[in-house]
Design a protein around this ligand. Sequence first.
Ligand SMILES: [Zn+2]
Length: 676
Amino acid sequence: MNKSSLILTLFLIVSGVVSVTGSNASFVDIKADTYTMQNNVMSIKFQKINNKLKLINLYTDKKQWITNESVDTDLLWQLSFVSDKNRSLVFNSQMLNLKDVEMLNTDKKGLKFQWEFKSEASVGYVNVTVGLDEKTKLSEWELSVDLPEGWEVTDAIFPVISVNKDKGAQLITPSGWGAEYELDNISNLRLPLIYPSSRATVQLYCMKDKDEVLYFSTHDKNANTKTLSARIGNNVELSVEVPASKGWNKTGKFNIPWKTSIGLHQKGWENAVLDWYRPFALQTTWGKKTMLEKNTPKWMLETDLWLHGGRDGNDELDALQRSFDFFGKENISYHWYYWSSKDFDTSYPEYLPARANYDKIVDIIHQNGSHVMPYTNGRLWDTTTVIYQEKKGLNEVVLKKNGQPYVEIYASKAPNAVVCPSSKVWNDIVVKFTKDILEGKIKNDALYYDQVASARALPCYNSEHNHPAGGGDFWHYANRDIFTNVRNQLQANKVLATEQNAECFIDLFDLFLMGNRPMGKEWSPAPVFPLIYSDRAMLYGFYLHNPNDMSFRIKNALTLLWGAQLNGGRSLFVMSAKVQENAAFLRDMMEFRKKQHDLFVGGRFLGEYTPEGDNPILTIESWVRPSQAVRGAKWQSADGKKATLLVNFDTANHNIVLPNGKKVLLKAGQCYRFNH
Ligand SMILES: [Zn+2]
């Protein structure tokens, strides 16, 4: 180094232009009205404009996620209060001037912003901190309130960020399997995804622009009720809406009891999910145990195909027997819907007695070495039942904020109350009807509880219930209590299943029915859930409506590739003459699936694989978006062996390239395993 460059270097260090702490360190800076923080991955910039705080940018070396055009709102948070005089008030970051900003005085680098709110003689403060976690490279956003005496927060929206909708960008949501929305095709759509439910099975959104990804997630290990909201217009606004729990307002201090993590990842959304969400998921109550550690009966793990039974007529019995003749007796199980003598969606939870021929059905299934799982509902209580009157059911029902009981009416027209899961009365009822159905004279092998891991969590404002009024974590923990009690009295070899796959219930059930579609139209299914939980939850089925066309083939191809058990739909449907060709395709897939249990039972789904070669994009009847004819998936077995699976779901042959560069001809409907 010559003398002049040494002097220049010293000057740059002194003037702060060169970081002396190395490229891995984060820094936080307050300069006039601009507040910045950065680590070696991402930068966040806030600015005070006309005394209001605005998030000006989130960026990496490669991409600015926010530009002036996308900052059409400076709303970072909004809070609804009830004051000591019982007045409802709303304050937000657009209304209030920023009072103070300071660097975090903790082991974490970051900034703390403060606003003051007043009403008459009452004064309170809203505190927002944004910190950088050096280990994960994520920014963490938290909100707390210093409450005036006698005040409470009833609802919160925090954080709110509004980012660019650049051409070609996608939004990945946590609905069902996961869904990828093509933003170019969407001009106005709001996705209010209530967690936990089938619409928000996990707690994240990803925005994707080529390989760069914005990751937005509430790593909340208590699974509190919240709405993950996305508003797609000229830009994309992501936020978390929270019905507050009375229990969060106890000591003059309110805080949202989790952090929202926002990060920018350079290697695609799958890697963002694997690097950031899966490590969180594995530490939760529900995500600790693998599928192999759950003591799930072997027959369930070895099932490759489910068929649905309907009522109990001779046509059902005939289709049932023919299904065993066609698919074979091994590895096929039955989910039986209309087995109760009561009409569907009426008289819950009074299911017994069964229909006249149901005993005969169970006998046929058992004689064929197969298993049967009847339908029940784990959430609704018909208000016209005798037991509802006897047990004073009204006291056990979810109460809305306006004091009205929460009652749903489906096609059956029965008034079905949504029971608060905290109810001891309901807990006992579920345990009892489970025992009666599984150990009564019918001898079923499993029980299916509709809605439990699918229907949205509700806040409950009944102050007499065994939980603080409002939202919070009681929905998760109270349902956990019910199904822990159910499990504790379960005989060996019996299986519990539910609708959909809200993550916080995956350790309580053995099987999850994937029936529901995401909201809107411009999406394709994306394997968000299998990436996180393929070794922890066994799923089955794929959007249940079953037309006899190419959609039947792609649905079952993805079911197989993403590790779930296949679903032929109603046996009357799949055994009908017109479905013969697709039924044969399903049978071939079932035979192929039988040989992949080393991957699917306890192994891990590592991502999709799209083979090169003759792999045309097909437009598919009754299906959401066009798809390549040959789809693939990367897997790792429980003992670490890697394989790539391929399915040509098309009705034409295709010559495609394997991961080792060699070509292989996949015949119409053929499945293929490539071992690495
Ligand atoms: Zn309640």
